[in-house]
Structures are given as C-alpha cells and as structure tokens.
Design a protein around this ligand. Structure first.
Ligand SMILES: [Zn+2]
Ligand SMILES: [Zn+2]
Length: 342
C-alpha cells in the first residue's frame, strides 16, 4: 500500500515541480527566440557561474590539479579554483587493508564532513587506487546529492604524458558532469558514456554531446541561485539521517533571507523525502502565506499533511488540494488524487 501511495505522491510531486516551466514556455511561443537569446545572455554574463573547487586527497602533482581546472573551464560553464588539499589519514576509515584500495563511496562520505563551504561542486584528485563494491576498481565516483566527486590517477597514470592528460580530462568532465546533475548517456559522442577500461577511455569523446551540454548550461544557471549551497547541504544531512543538522541549515537560510519560493519548495521536498513532515509543513505554510495563489505549494502542503496523518491532517490535506484545484481547475492529477482522498 505504502509503495503505491508513495509512487503516486512522487508523480504528483514531480508534476508540481515541473509545472512552472512548461507553462511559461507554452505561453510565449512568439518570443521564443528572444527568450533563447536572453537565456544565452544570462548564462554568459548576468549570473555567476557555479564554483567547482579542486583539491588533492593525498599527494598529487600540482600540474594535475591545474590541468583539471583548465579542462573544466574550457568545457563547462563553471568557475574553478584549486584549494588546499587533504591528508589521506582522515580517510583511513575508507581504506580497505585487504584490497589495498580506498572504498570510493566511503571516501565520498568522509569528504562530505569536511566539504568546502563555498564550492557548489568539490572535485578531489587522488593518487591511490579506488574501488566500488563488486567492482575491481573505478576511475572515479561522484555523489549527485553531495556534489562531491573523486577521481583516481592510479590506473590512468601508467604511461605519463599525453595519454594521461587526455584520460584525466575525460574523467574530470564525466565525474563533474554527474555532480552537476548529468546521468550516464550511452551515446558514442558523449563524455557521459561509461568507459570502464583504459582502452575504452582512450577512445572516449572529449566533450559532452550537445543535449548533455545544453542540460549542463541550464543546470549551471539553476545551481547558481542564492541558497542552493544550503539546500545541497541540507539534503546531504537528511540522507544521512542528521535531521538536527538539516534543521539548523534551514533555520540559518530562513534567518538570512536567502531564498525564493522555488528554493523553499525544494527544501520542503527534501524534508518530505526524509519523512520530516513537520519541517516540510512549516516551510510550505510560510510559502502559501506569502503567496496564497501558489498552487504547486498548496499541492505539496496537502501531500505533507496526508503523509503526516495526525488528527485533522486528512481534512487539511483535502483543503489544500482543493485550493490548488481552484487556482488551476485543469490540473487532472490533483483532481484524481483528491477523488481518492474524499
Ligand atoms: Zn559515471
Ligand atoms: Zn550526452
């Protein structure tokens, strides 16, 4: 039952999250070209680009760090800075003595604890060999939630020179692509394809395909918004069950006034997914209080009440879904969900 319920809710939530973009695109066919031009301007001039911080984990030659930044700056709409590296020692808990390798997933978790406060994405280069469970080794790994990536030079650094440089370039673009929100794309012309061997890596393209690049540019604009860092940090805490830390970041964000309604809804979704309904409800009540016509926020709020299930929540859920439907009478998904509740 719960599975069916959460699938439907996921669908509803996704619909609620997406509803703004298609509408605005659909209402402006005449000015589509102008919008396109404006968006280009926004990407290149008006908005700051997301900051990628490159750090060494253990000893790494400085020219590798510089080459990494150059690869990113050449290809992605980001800023890049090299910041002081870390010793391997604090990552000892991720070291597998029997395999003499670093558990990449566990290492990403360690890196999250000491994450650079200003970086939207943090990329760590290491000279040690890394692996994932059930795989003999991996070249790199990225966490989309934490926006942290780890790339190992160990397997690609066997012949030095030009080949090493090209391989590193592709791995950096691939892992940072993940951290910026790209998934695997099994297209021969795309750097987001999977290349598990050095041979495959050598024949891999050196850029993302046009579709992935467009998506990256859109992401870069979205991720440059005020409050995104706090949202990412909150998600990171929530997936680890660190609810108090997540609440603290939310409180700081609200206190600083660094948010808009869309960001707050994203915060609410993060708390909702972690089943922290009280926080999600508080945030969404704030949103609809400031803008009672925010239909999507009413839907989110209704779903939060439904899932929390306290006395009176069923009625509150219906109330907010009905409000959303009044604001947007053609929202079939909400209408169907409301029918199920009544
Ligand atoms: Zn990948
Ligand atoms: Zn692609």
């Amino acid at each position: 039952m719960r599975r069916r319920g959460s699938t439907l809710l996921g669908l509803l939530l996704a619909a609620a999250m997406l509803v703004v973009l298609p509408h605005s695109a659909a209402t402006a066919p005449l000015s589509a070209r102008v919008v396109e031009q404006l968006r280009d301007q926004v990407v290149t001039t008006a908005l700051p680009r997301p900051l990628v911080v490159v750090r060494a984990l253990g000893p790494v030659a400085p020219d590798r760090l510089r080459a990494t930044c150059r690869s990113l700056l050449r290809t992605y709409p980001v800023r890049c800075e090299i910041r002081p590296g870390r010793d391997l020692l604090p990552a000892w808990s991720a070291w597998n003595v029997d395999r003499a390798q670093l558990d990449a997933r566990a290492a990403l978790d360690v890196l999250f604890r000491d994450r650079d406060g200003e970086a939207l994405v943090e990329l760590n280069l290491t000279g040690v060999d890394i692996y994932e469970v059930d795989k003999p080794y991996v070249f790199g790994l990225a966490s989309l939630t934490d926006r942290i990536a780890l790339v190992s030079l160990s397997r690609i650094d066997d012949d030095g020179g030009k080949r090493l440089g090209r391989r590193l370039h592709k791995l950096v673009l691939h892992e940072v692509g993940h951290a910026l929100g790209l998934h695997h794309h099994d297209d021969p012309s795309c750097v987001m394809r999977q290349d598990p061997t050095t041979e495959a890596l050598d024949s891999a393209p050196e850029r993302p395909c046009a579709a992935c690049h467009t998506r990256l540019e859109e992401q870069a604009v979205r991720l440059s918004r005020t409050g995104q860092l706090a949202l990412d940090r909150t998600r990171g805490h929530l997936v680890r069950g660190e609810h108090d830390d997540a609440r603290l970041v939310l409180a700081e964000t609200l206190h600083a006034g660094e948010f808009d309604a869309e960001l707050l809804r994203a915060f609410a979704t993060a708390f909702f997914e972690a089943r922290q309904y009280n926080e999600a409800i508080s945030v969404l009540r704030f949103v609809v209080k400031n803008d009672p016509t925010a239909a999507e926020a009413h839907v989110d709020l209704g779903l939060c009440y439904q899932m929390r299930g306290r006395e009176g929540d069923h009625e509150r859920a219906i109330e907010h879904l009905e409000l959303a439907l009044e604001l947007r009478p053609d929202w079939e998904l909400v209408e169907r969900h409301l029918d199920e509740l009544l």
